[in-house]
Design a protein. Sequence first.
Length: 458
Amino acid sequence: MSDLTTLLEVGGPVAALGGGAAYARAKHPAAYWSTVGLPVSTVRLLSSYGSVMEACGLTVAPSRLRVLAVKAMTQREVRPVPPRRGIIRPTTTGLRIRLRLAPGQEPADFAASAERLRHAWGVHAVYVTTVKPGVVDLRLVGYDVLRRVRMPRKAAHGPLKVPVALREDATPFVRDYRTIPHQLTLGATLSGKSMYLRHLVAGLAPQSVALVGIDCKRGVELAPFAPRLSALATDPEQAAELLPVLVNEMEDRYDLIKARQSIAPGTPNEEITSDIWGLPDHERPVPVVLFVDEVAELFLVATKKDEERRDEMVTQLIRLAQLGRAAGIYLEVCGQRFGAELGKGATMLRAQLTGRVCHRVNDEASAKMALGDIAPEAVQAACSIAPERPGLAVAGDTSGGWSRIRTPYLSLGDAAETCRESAHLVPDLPALKPFRPDVPVRPVETAAPVFLPRPVTD
């Protein structure tokens, strides 16, 4: 009887501890990783590093000098040599290890064994990145960071840089307009496309940039950001008037660059430029980011009379995509579908959009429109996004690389408040003044909203 009592006294706290760990792992994975997962995975990695590398085929035969030394000093068998391992660096989401490749190895060998390493060391995922020739980084992610998105505190900020989402390897996905000037974002209804656009607008609002919107859904997506917008078109008729103005602005900027290129003898090389970023600060025009929501509305026509207007708008969009980068004009094109069935010029415009972000779509053809021509293997990943995970997307570019990302939740009220606080940063562009949206006067007291916004991420 006393033994049973002792067993119950010991087993009760152990069961409570195990239940608490299971609860933390399910509800608070970051806290569980920091307290339990990190030490367990570190011990597992240190104790099994050599054997795991050998089982995965990531070891090489030892050098002759090593063989002779082992035979001369010991009687043990000479075993294959694993890659040299650096210091294990813990992070809030996992571990990082730097490896020096053995002669004859390449990073692709480790990438092919990532799934084996994940199971061997008991982590959520393993990612391989090349640091320099002969050196790779293994990033071990301890839990599913996309289930509840928390952006890193240290994310790349700068002119025309917006950390808009989190990658599956726990690194921030940064929208850099100077690196990837134009982008296509696709997604079905309630897929998180609007949340992604919301983050972009809120991230650019505090910067010295002109924000221009074309929202043919009567402005329901972009109208809340009106205090920060330099121009807004809410139907195809207004868009047909706005786009020629942007094209003229682009041509004026090219004239400015050409005037600068009338190089006088003795001009320093650093003052010779082919885009606005080479101009002196006092001469450089402010960059412009054009947001086009539901781009298909610009292509669709109801009567033959509207076809001419449609063709003019598409031509102007293509010109902006082809020539706008050097003039500091960048495109962010959003829609549910975007393919050749929209009409003449759709494929040509899509070819100019370097970046691609594909949220959940309704059919495989839509995923192929976004990713099929740059990363065919990413199409299946986009088609497997579940409706229960809004905000999850596949991001790629014309380099062929791609990754899963997820946008954190940002309420419409918070994004609109950021735009209101940044309203004084709206640049003075005389050509866009006729298209400046009317900003309603903010009431002193506002009633509680009847409908709360539906969260897009957990």
